[in-house]
Each structure stands twice: as structure tokens, then as C-alpha cells.
Design a protein. Structure first.
Length: 347
């Protein structure tokens, strides 16, 4: 029997958004053609030969070409790239927004230079509180305007040694869907921070309050009415990669496997349940292979009785960064990290 070839799972065409098939997450790196795609607007057309990065630094403003960037010290990072809306479709009721199931995540290797390297010859004023980042993508928001995708980072995060300007993904030049020719990469943060098609970096003396920072990518009504906290670090989460949803299994020994990750601190344990979360057992947890990557876990289940089973997984950390026992709803559907469940049948 020929194995079915894996491909992205499209969710929308205009703009194009597509999920990574969960079975592809068993790889140490997600192949580029299977890495999830999140676009807010149409993909901008950029001529590499004419492109340069504008750096707005007051009287020290300048522009820098891709060739000049590539002459700076280079580093490579493997990170979890996850959309803040991952898992939105499983919320009840389902919030507005792209109806991601659980495939808005990929494990990706980025190569570039630390953002702070472009400021190495400048003395940054003590009055600078944030760095703003402008993407070349723009379009209508709520049916009006011509909004650009712009966000900012606190100065300490922006100048961290592992916040990088990346031009390669998995050893190849960025593709248009993934930010060609240059994107920001911010480990441990949801991917809205890793702005694609970067065209401008700006030093800011006041916090940025644009649409994609102040109105969108906030947790609304999660802890109570009128609550609105910014979406930042990736919340602790785990997924079941095998078996898959709806799979028919033979009685006997069943090998369960999956991944877990967190942008909020190290993980110490992954637990699984075969009865919908009533009883939990500890899975075998492998060490991470990279600082910002995933943990792989496995568990052997003795399935001796026929019937339908709801398998579940949850991860725990030592810094208060454990998955909640239930999904926590919010109005925009961000950061859903309740236990992942998969329904299977034992025959």
C-alpha cells in the first residue's frame, strides 16, 4: 500500500492560511513545504535587489542591505513557531478568527544575525523603551483602512542575543510565504512577534499602541470582563501525534507518542490519559534537542478492551507553567492550551 503524501491543510485562500499536518511534527525539523502558513494580508511582492532594511534611530538613521546584514555575525536557532490562535477551533463557543485546529505550529531552524548587531556602533539612549518592527504586508482591517502589520518589543527582548533577523529557514532562503527576504525571529513568543517581510526597525521612546499590538493579539475577557492582557510568551502545551484522531487500533499494546513545549520555562513531566482525563499516567519524556525546541514523549498503553477511547495529554513545568486541566476561553481565541484530546477505537 502506498503511503499518503503529507501536505499542508488549507484553511483560507485569501489570505492564504494553512496548517501543518500533525504527523509531520514527529520530525526534528518541520519540512518547509509542511510548515504552517499564517498571513494576515496578501503576500507582498519584494525585489531582493532593491530591498533594504530601514533603521530609524533618530539622527543616526540608516539603511542596510541584505548583503550587508549577511556580513554580520551569523547564528542559527531551532525554535517552536506557533500561532497564538492555535487550537481556536476546539474552544466552545468557537471565537471569531481563523479556525485553527492544532496544526498552527512548526519546528523550524532559522539562520540570521542578532538584531542588536545592527546597533553595535550606536549608543542607544536610556529613553528608548521599545523597538518597533514594520512588515511590508498591509491591507484592510475590519473592512476599512490600509493597515500595515506593525508591532514592537520591549528593548530588553529586542536586544536579547537570540532575537534575530533571519534570512534562511531550514538552510534555505526564506520563501515568500515565510517572510522573504527578511523576518524577525523571537524565541519563546507566539509567532505574531516574529514579523515577516521586515522593512523597517524603529527605536521608540514610548510604547507602541498600533492595531496589531493594542487592539489585536490581546487576551480579552479571559480572566473576567474588560480584561485585556497582551499575548506574548507561548503557553505550555502538548500534543498527541500518534495515534491520530479517529484511528482504529488493534487490541493489545499501543504506542502513544507526541511533543510538548513551552515559552514560559522548562517542562518536567508529561501525563497521558486514556479515559478522557479521569486518570492520568506519567509518560516517558525525552530531553530537548535544542534550547527553544520541543520535548518528545512516549507512553505504552495496554488496550485490552474493545470500544471508543478519548486519549488526552498535558504537560507540567516547575515554574508554574503547567497546562490547565480544562480549556480557558477568551474572546479572541488566543493561547488555548487545554489538554489535547484524540478519540480512537479499539477493535
Amino acid at each position: 500500500m502506498t503511503k499518503k503524501k503529507l501536505s499542508l491543510i488549507p484553511l483560507s485562500e485569501n489570505p492564504y492560511n494553512a496548517e501543518t499536518p500533525l504527523s509531520a511534527l514527529r520530525y526534528d525539523l518541520t519540512p518547509i513545504n509542511l510548515a504552517y502558513v499564517r498571513n494576515h494580508f496578501d503576500v507582498p511582492t519584494i525585489d531582493k535587489s532593491e530591498w533594504s532594511l530601514e533603521v530609524a534611530a533618530g539622527t543616526n538613521s540608516f539603511s542596510i542591505s541584505l548583503t550587508e546584514l549577511q556580513m554580520l555575525p551569523t547564528q542559527t536557532l531551532t525554535i517552536v513557531l506557533e500561532c497564538a490562535g492555535n487550537g481556536r477551533k476546539s474552544m466552545n463557543p468557537v471565537p471569531e478568527g481563523t479556525a485553527w485546529e492544532y496544526g498552527a505550529i512548526s519546528i523550524v531552524e532559522f539562520t540570521g544575525t542578532a538584531l542588536r548587531n545592527i546597533f553595535s556602533d550606536l549608543e542607544i539612549s536610556k529613553f528608548i523603551v521599545e523597538v518597533g518592527f514594520h512588515g511590508a504586508d498591509r491591507g484592510k482591517v475590519n473592512g476599512k483602512g490600509n493597515e500595515s502589520f506593525i508591532r514592537s518589543l520591549p528593548i530588553d527582548v529586542a536586544l536579547d542575543s537570540n532575537t534575530i533577523l533571519a534570512w534562511e529557514m531550514n538552510g534555505q532562503a526564506l520563501t515568500p510565504d515565510h517572510g522573504f527576504p527578511l523576518r524577525l525571529v523571537v524565541p519563546n513568543w507566539y509567532a505574531m512577534a516574529s514579523i515577516k517581510w521586515l522593512e523597517k526597525v524603529e527605536l521608540l521612546t514610548e510604547p507602541y499602541k498600533g492595531y496589531f499590538q493594542y487592539d489585536d493579539y490581546v487576551y480579552v475577557d479571559e480572566q473576567g470582563p474588560n480584561q485585556s492582557d497582551p499575548v506574548r510568551h507561548i503557553r505550555t502545551r502538548s500534543l498527541i501525534i500518534s495515534p491520530s484522531e479517529g484511528q482504529a487500533l488493534n487490541k493489545g499494546e499501543v504506542k502513544m507518542a507526541g511533543i510538548a513545549w513551552s515559552g514560559e520555562g522548562p517542562l518536567t513531566q508529561v501525563e497521558v490519559s486514556v479515559d478522557g482525563g479521569r486518570i492520568w499516567s506519567e509518560a516517558d519524556l525525552e530531553p530537548k534537542k535544542s534550547q527553544y525546541g520541543v520535548y518528545h514523549w512516549s507512553y505504552t498503553w495496554q488496550a485490552d478492551e474493545q470500544g471508543e477511547y478519548t486519549l488526552a495529554t498535558r504537560a507540567k513545568g516547575s515554574a508554574g507553567n503547567s497546562q490547565p486541566s480544562i480549556q480557558i476561553w477568551n474572546r479572541k481565541g488566543y493561547g488555548n492550551n487545554g489538554p489535547h484530546e484524540v478519540v480512537v477505537t479499539v477493535t
